[in-house]
Write a protein that binds this ligand. Structure first.
Ligand code: FE2
Ligand code: FE2
Length: 374
């Protein structure tokens, strides 16, 4: 069945068109990794090399045989559901609660899927518009990474949950603003810093709390790639923002502030509760009241705040906005450490899976020898 028929609500037209602005740029510089005479771009070319070395295939690295209960795909505890403790929760049968879990997981992973497609398109835009060839090379590896991520989330939704949600309106509008802007740094800022920063934090929270092996594998492996993407955004913007005037920096900060509020307040899965007959205003109130979701919303900024600070967008207004949101202190976290951990978690998961397979193989051989000896 094509996935278009699996949408919980009508996603509208089957394509979304965003008119392109800005120039396609070529560079006649020949650059390559390991280049001797100081191109001054060694770090970016090393990242490009790493991007090539670390490609993997979701069709083989992920164990798609693992079963997933579509009515509890992530092992979400009751308290984590925004309806928990409300008058609606008491009225739900076990079957309804399972259905609600399925819709939430579908909504969440559908936003991941659409976000990954957005990341692929933004990375392709960077390939086209960024002036230097080394940045084009690197970004081309990211286009492939994001294609693989979109493929994997699509397969998970299609095969394991059997339900998709349309892109959230506000995520779509942020994505549209990012793509319509002709300044070449805006796809980096909107996508690599804001949307990917949020996504990465959400991936991390689910990776670290789910007890279900398939989503855990998916998230751990996707996050291993994302560490490179964040490094790229930081490298490019840190250098560029040093040259901008105060007024130009303030414009970028305004964009970040607006995007952060929008994502915090308008990306909550209220659509799911509306589907279950809860009026919008009431659904918003429940998500506001839920202690669990309040913590989730705060932690959503754990990757963005240190990144924004690091690239030099740390003016008074931005700091004040983060004070208001209660997330300013997250700016002190070490992004390098977080990224390093993401890579380690994926490698450790590989090692554990390999060791378990090896044990199984040895047991099979031993059983065969024993059977043969009888
Ligand atoms: Fe991605
Ligand atoms: Fe990414």
């Amino acid at each position: 069945m094509p996935s278009f028929d699996r949408y919980a609500t009508d996603p509208g037209d089957s394509h979304w068109q965003v008119p392109a602005t800005g120039a396609a740029r070529f560079s006649w510089e020949a650059v390559f990794p390991g280049q001797k005479e100081g191109s001054g771009r060694d770090r970016l070319l090393a990242l490009y090399q790493k991007g090539k070395d670390k490609q993997w295939d979701g069709q083989t690295r992920i164990d798609w045989e693992l079963e997933v209960d579509p009515y509890d795909p992530l092992g979400t505890p009751d308290e984590a559901m925004s309806l928990y403790g409300t008058k609606h929760w008491a009225k739900l049968s076990d079957k309804d609660r399972g259905e609600l879990r399925r819709h939430y997981a579908s909504w969440q992973f559908s936003q991941f899927l659409h976000g990954e497609q957005g990341a692929m398109v933004c990375a392709a835009r960077i390939v086209e518009s960024v002036p230097d060839l080394d940045a084009k090379f690197y970004s081309a590896t990211q286009v492939m990474d994001e294609a693989r991520h979109a493929e994997i989330y699509g397969r998970f939704l299609h095969e394991k949950i059997g339900l998709l949600y349309p892109i959230n309106d506000n995520l779509q509008s942020l994505l549209g603003d990012t793509l319509r802007d002709s300044r070449w740094d805006m796809p980096y800022l909107g996508m690599q810093v804001l949307i990917e920063g949020l996504a990465l934090a959400a991936f991390g929270m689910i990776r670290d709390t789910t007890d279900k092996p398939l989503p855990k594998q998916i998230l751990a492996y996707v996050m291993q790639d994302e560490a490179r993407h964040v490094a790229f955004g930081r490298m490019a913007l840190r250098d560029y923002y040093k040259q901008l005037t105060d007024a130009e920096l303030r414009e970028r900060e305004e964009f970040v502030i607006e995007g952060c509020y929008l994502m915090r307040d308008r990306l909550r899965g209220v659509e799911v509760l509306e589907n279950f007959g809860v009026p919008k205003a009431e659904a918003e109130e429940y998500s506001e009241r839920s202690e669990f979701l309040a913590l989730f919303r705060k932690l959503l900024f754990s990757r963005i705040v240190p990144c924004v600070k690091d690239i030099g967008l740390w003016g008074k207004r931005l700091q004040q906005a983060y004070v208001d949101m209660g997330v300013l202190e997250l700016g002190d976290a070490s992004l390098d450490l977080l990224m390093h951990q993401d890579e380690e978690i994926a490698e450790k998961l590989d090692a554990e899976r390999f060791a378990a397979e090896e044990r199984e193989r040895v047991a099979e051989v031993e059983a065969a020898i024993e059977a043969g000896g009888r």
